[in-house]
Design a protein around this ligand. Sequence first.
Ligand code: KMH
Ligand code: ZN
Length: 302
Amino acid sequence: MREIIITCALTGSIHTPSMSPHLPVTADEIAKAGVEAAEAGASILHLHARDPETGRPSADPDHFRAFLPRLKQGCDAVLNLSTGGSAVMTLDERLAAPKEAAPEMASLNMGTMNFALYPMAERITDWQHDWEQPFLEGSDDLVFKNTPRDIARILTELGQERGARFEFECYDLGHLYMLRHFADRGLIEAPFFIQFVFGVLGGMGPEPENLSHMVRIADKLFGADYMFSVLAAGRHQMPMAAQAAAMGGHVRVGLEDSLTIARGTLARSNAEQVEKVRGIVEAMGREVVDADGARRLLRLKG
Ligand code: KMH
Ligand code: ZN
C-alpha cells in the first residue's frame, strides 16, 4: 500500500510529568498538542485525559470534555479515545468518557496481560538516568484486564451502539486469535485496523522478527481484511515505525509511547515526532494521508 496513516498518541497513562516538561497534561496543552500534531501530518489522534492538578491519568469525563471540543474545532483529525485508560482503572471508568463522546474511533486492547512498567522506564532512562519514576512503583503486580467479556462489552457499547470503529491493540500473537474469534462471532466488520504494540513487559519485545511473524499470522487469519500499524515503546519507536512502513503498514508515534526524539534528547512536542516519522516514511516512498484519507481507508462513520 502506498498510502500511510500516522497516528499520534498525545499523552497516555504511563509517563509522568516529572519525566518530561513537554508531556501534555492540561486541557490547553492536550488540545494544542493535538492540533500541532494534526498540522504536522497525524490523521488520527489517540487520546487519554489527565487530571490538570496532579498530572495523573484520569478517566473523568469532565477532563475529556475540557479538550475534545477544542480538538474538533482546531483540526480535522480522527479522534480516537482510549478504552485502555490505565491498568488501575475499572472498565466502567474506562468506558465512561468514550460512551459519552461516541467517537469515530476507540482503542480496544485484545487480551488480559501483565503490564509492567519498570523495564519500559529503564529503557527510557538508559538515556536519562536522573528522571523520577514515582507512580511506577508497584507496577510489577499490575494486571491489565481485558477479558473476552470486557472486549465484547466494548464492542457492543461503543461499536454496535455508537458506531465507533477500533484500533485493535495486539501485544502478542494470542491477541490476533482473539480478534479472529470476535470476527467469527460477527461482532466486528472488516477492514480491521490492528495496532501491533511492542516493548511493554508482558507483551512481545521490540524485535523485527516479532513484527514479521505477527504479519505472517495476521495474513493467514485475516487475508486482505486488515491493515496494521506499529507502535513501540521508548527508543524502539522510530526503528520499528520504519520497519512497519517498509512492510506496507501504518505507524503510531507520540509522547504516550516515547518521550524522546533521538538518543538522549527529549522530544519538544508530539508534532516533532510526527514530523520525524513523516520524513522517514516519505523518504521510503509512502504517501501520508489526511484525515479524510484515514476515514476512507478505515471506513469510519465521519
Ligand atoms: N499505552 C500503549 C502501550 C490504550 O490506550 O488502549 C497502549 C495503549 C492502550 O495505547
Ligand atoms: Zn493509549
